[in-house]
Design a protein around this ligand. Structure first.
Ligand code: ZN
Length: 309
């Protein structure tokens, strides 16, 4: 067992990241990450724009973070990696496992040190995941396997604690599958909200904090993939009404309100916020046709609304 001499920097970085996420949410723009974190009166970086594998120069032996980026062109990132139940595949820097950058990760694996993974969600936008660990080196695929640990797990300094390796690997496997689901949802939300210019499709309400990416076909439907044409950007009120089949959307994009709600009388939220939209078309739709709700998805969902009414 080896003691991690870079440990204090790692802990400072993860604490600072925790504060950022608490303040700004799980998905961070690069500008916030690039501002770095305080350490012994200096500002250190979390990551580097140009490099995938990064450590501040104070770190002697392993790396601090890894990063994947969504390229500007081909903005529709593909998340094939998220569909498997195994760890994340992280590409070598170049092709030589002995290169300076890759060696830092190999050492990180040997010592089981926790790293930060800046997972690219959109160009310039990352979901930081920590702690992650390098679990394998795959020389023939030129990649590392990266797994995560339960979010609430206490961060233990490697070398000082003896863990049951079998239990540890099971826990990490499970946590990795959960994290992949969350990443998929985060990517879906990000893409749908952007396609709708951060507004509710029904009422144009513009605060992202109160907007959701609603699924047209639910997750459990095998067609219900987390892709923009299966999504609608909806405010909390209209998302709730849509999911409760109090608000339906005709395949032609016309909003319908459940008859039982139309028959009720109440204050302005019911009158203007719900009933007022009956018979009107969706207010906001994505500019690109390929991003708009798929008609057959809307039709299947509308059928459910009709039956519930
Ligand atoms: Zn709304």
């Amino acid at each position: 067992m080896h003691q991690d001499i870079d440990w204090p920097i790692r802990v400072a970085a993860m604490d600072a990241l925790q504060r950022l996420v608490r303040q700004y949410g799980e998905v961070l723009p690069w500008e916030l990450i690039d501002a770095g974190f305080p350490y012994q009166g200096e500002t250190l970086h979390f990551a580097n724009r140009a490099r995938g594998i990064f450590w501040p120069r104070h770190m002697r032996e392993t790396a601090l973070s890894i990063k994947t980026t969504v390229p500007r062109q081909g903005r529709e990132a593909r998340y094939d990696d998220l569909r498997s139940n195994d760890g994340f595949q992280y590409r070598f820097q170049g092709t030589d496992v002995e290169s300076r950058d890759n060696r830092r990760l190999v050492r990180g694996m040997e010592w089981d040190v926790p790293l930060i993974y800046f997972y690219g969600i959109e160009p310039g936008t990352y979901r930081p995941i920590w702690p992650v660990y390098i679990s394998e080196v795959n020389p023939s695929e030129l990649s590392f396997t990266v797994v995560t640990a339960p979010q609430d797990a206490q961060l233990l300094e490697p070398g000082l604690h003896v863990a049951d390796p079998k239990l540890l690997s099971l826990e990490r496997r499970y946590a990795t599958v959960q994290m992949k689901k969350r990443l998929h949802q985060a990517a879906f939300r990000q893409h749908v909200l952007r396609a709708y210019s951060q507004r509710c499709a029904v009422c144009r309400f513009p605060r992202p904090e109160l907007l959701d990416a609603a699924h047209i076909l639910p997750d459990r439907d095998e067609r219900g993939r987390p892709e923009v044409p299966n999504g609608l950007s909806l405010c909390k009120l209209h998302h709730g009404a849509f999911d409760a089949d109090l608000l339906g959307i005709h395949p032609d994009g016309i909003i319908e309100i459940a008859p039982r709600l139309l028959a009720e009388r109440d204050g302005p939220t019911l009158e203007y916020g719900l009933k007022g939209f009956a018979g009107k078309p969706l207010e906001v739709l994505p500019e690109a046709k390929s991003q708009r709700p798929r008609r057959d998805y809307l039709a299947a969902r509308y059928e459910r609304f009709r039956q519930a009414s």
